[in-house]
Design a protein around this ligand. Structure first.
Ligand code: NAD
Length: 651
């Protein structure tokens, strides 16, 4: 398809930030451009501002004086919408208000010839909603430029349900002729970039809200390990938290308040307090003070003798018995006698370590371990101090700056990349755009170091779903749920596989809990089901039946206790050591009612000698509204002699 001919005039309606930028692009590409704005003098002021920008481009040697003059002579401020008659393409960039845009398009339909293409630069409104009532809705499409339009190359060409294919093709060709990189998107909330980018901010805010990691550390890991050009907080401070939150809220609302997109409470508070970012003197960071230092381990000489690497492809180099830097993949491990260093797969270091012979220290994801300057690591909370120091010393010896993180599921970079990849896959699966266009849009629209779809495929979709599953079990089943298509993609993916030792321990945990469950008739009689187990973790569900409620329709507290206690028992026995309860406390937070599906999520907090501590949170599980906490339970356990299933290590 050919682009719109240069001889055809282009109209721009709305002469604010975007309209002025788009007018400049169209004039520079050789079109006569007519700029109209409803506010008196706004179009003339925008044209004047473009002249000045063109003059600055000449001063900086980026444009020839004749080119700037030609572009300037092609720009006209016009006083009425009727002056756009004769334009072959009109691009609307007025306020983001559906009723204003609808009225404007009705006006444009009356003024412009039947062949004129009408485009909207909306960031968040539906093209169908804007065009729906027009006689010729087929000629309306989205042409979504990014700010600043003269500089940023990406343009999303957005097709609504009524948009003619030829109109979308024409806009793709025209954007390309104007020096832009067009991608095609269906008119769905957030199109590509504003939808797929949500987890970049969402995960960073969740980490900050956890109170266990500070903003500067999150940003440092995203940049120095993940290869992102800017950290999530630095970028949100630059964009403005009001703007960033408005996009998050609009995508969340448009998806029926899907918990995947739930906006951050902390960001809501920043906006309410007027801490909007750089433009208001500060947001997450103060605008006029030096950036706080990220958490960084002190240099240490500690090392535990020989470290041996293994992995496939160009995994950890093994030179004369000494392991070097791992490669960019997640298929490697480096072991000393007491410590095993592994890339995170979403589960905690405590879960990996389980009852195994070595302390597992997890390494956060890096874009490329060979060139990363910083790595984040996490060890089980009660790991011997000398094991953590040895891991730090070894990694410092490889030239990394090391951040020791708390033992969080998915750490920082891995959870960010896994959720971005899943959101990208979801956009592809729901027909928003092709995988290539999603990746192009994210690299150009957000400067990501790698397209998130291609990144997910390279890491392995089963690695991506593994991280999401671990986050779902530990934090929020609704937010991190894996779509059916993504699960299928992971099942046919032979990219990443668990290493044998981890797979064996998972298998043992599953078999031990099944053996225990088979003998637990009481839990089964209450309709409880084991949803998930891994070493030290269990998720058990129960539906509140009519015979479980009291006279007020509220579930008996004793039955909520029984559910938490069962999850505690399953988690405690996952190491295949017979483990019994020594005591437990419960705090009830909210009532559960008939029909509610309850989930008890148990995590072992401590295991040492023969005793253990396990925390259980009972949630009311509602896939859409997220989870509400019903009760908090802490159990103390003790191992007694014997195993639940024959233990191969012992036979
Ligand atoms: P802006 O507030 O800078 O400019 C809007 C202009 O539209 C104003 O000059 C206003 O006088 C004019 N206007 C309002 N109603 C009008 C009408 N009925 N007829 C003619 N002119 C009218 O806004 P902006 O930031 O340039 O955003 C414009 C559009 O572009 C919005 O739809 C926005 O979502 C979208 N967008 C903005 C950005 C961004 O970063 N600012 C990026 C991409 C897309």
């Amino acid at each position: 398809m050919e682009a719109i001919a240069r001889s055809v005039p282009v109209g721009v309606v709305g002469a604010g930030t975007m309209g002025a930028g788009i007018a400049q692009v169209a004039a520079a590409a050789g079109h006569e451009v007519r700029v109209y704005d409803a506010a008196d003098g706004a179009a003339a002021a925008a044209v004047e501002a473009i002249y000045q920008r063109l003059a600055r481009a000449v001063d900086k040697g980026r444009l020839l004086a004749e080119e700037a003059e030609d572009a300037a002579t092609r720009l006209h401020a016009v006083a009425a919408l009727e002056d756009l008659a004769g334009c072959g393409l009109v691009i609307e960039a007025v306020v983001e208000d559906l009723e204003v845009k609808r009225a404007l398009f009705a006006g444009l339909e009356a003024v412009c010839g039947p062949d004129a293409v009408l485009a909207t630069n909306t960031s968040s409104l539906s093209v169908d909603a804007i065009a729906g009532e027009l006689a010729q809705a087929g000629r309306v499409a989205g042409l979504h430029f990014f700010n600043p339009a003269p500089v940023l190359p990406l343009v999303e060409v957005v097709s609504g349900a009524h948009t003619d294919a030829a109109v979308a093709d024409l806009l793709v060709a025209t954007a390309a002729a104007w020096g832009k990189t067009p991608v095609r998107a269906a008119s769905t909330p957030g199109f590509i970039v504003n939808r797929v980018a949500r987890p970049f901010y969402g995960e960073a805010f969740r980490l900050l809200e956890s109170g266990r990691v500070d903003a500067a550390t999150v940003d440092a890991l995203l940049c120095e390990s993940g290869g992102f050009r800017m950290g999530a907080f630095e970028l949100a401070d630059l964009i403005g938290h009001d703007v960033n939150l408005a996009v998050s809220r609009s995508v969340w609302e448009a998806f029926g308040r899907d918990p995947r997109f739930t906006p951050s409470v902390l960001q809501e508070r920043l906006v309410a307090d007027g801490r909007l970012g750089r433009k208001s003197g500060g947001g997450i960071y103060a605008a006029d003070a030096p950036r706080p230092e990220p958490a960084t381990a002190d240099p240490t000489e500690a090392n535990l003798g020989h470290w041996l690497g293994s992995g496939d492809g160009d995994g950890p180099l093994t030179r004369a018995g000494a392991a070097g830097r791992p490669s960019g993949t997640v298929h490697w491990r480096i072991d000393s006698d007491e410590v095993s260093l592994r890339p995170t797969d979403g589960r905690t270091a405590a879960q990996h370590t389980g009852g195994g012979p070595r302390t597992v220290v997890l390494v956060d994801l890096a874009l490329d371990y060979a060139s990363a300057t910083r790595v984040g690591i996490a060890a089980p909370e009660h790991a011997p101090k000398e094991h953590v120091e040895a891991a730090v010393g070894f990694l410092q010896g490889l030239g990394y700056v090391v951040t020791v993180l708390p033992d969080l599921p998915g750490l920082v970079v891995a959870r960010t990349v896994a959720t971005l990849a899943a959101t990208a896959a979801d956009a592809v699966d729901s027909g928003v755009a092709t995988a290539d266009d999603v990746d192009t849009a994210m690299r150009l629209g957000t400067s990501y170091p790698r397209g998130p779809y291609e990144w997910g495929a390279a890491l392995g979709w089963n690695w991506v779903t593994g991280v999401l599953d671990a986050l779902a079990a530990a934090e929020d089943a609704g937010r991190y749920r894996v779509s059916r298509q993504l699960r299928e993609r992971a099942e046919t993916d032979d990219g990443w596989r668990e290493d044998d030792e981890v797979a064996d321990r998972d298998d043992l945990a599953r078999r031990a809990s099944e053996a225990m469950w088979a003998a637990d008739t009481a839990s089964r009689a209450l309709g409880m089901t084991i949803e998930q187990v891994s070493p030290g973790t269990a998720v058990v569900s129960m539906r509140v039946r009519p015979d479980m409620v009291n006279g007020h329709g509220v579930c008996h507290g004793g039955l909520v206790f029984a559910l938490a206690d069962s999850a505690f028992a399953v988690a405690g026995n996952t190491h295949n050591r017979r483990t019994v309860a020594q005591g437990a406390d419960i705090t009830f937070v909210a009532p559960a009612r008939e029909g509610d599906r309850l989930l008890a999520v148990a995590h072992e907090k401590f295991r040492g000698g023969r005793s253990g501590i396990c925390d259980v949170t009972v949630y009311r599980d509602d896939d859409r509204a997220g989870r509400a906490t019903i009760a908090l339970f802490r159990g103390r356990s003790r191992e007694i002699p014997g195993t639940l299933v024959p233990d191969e290590e012992e036979t």
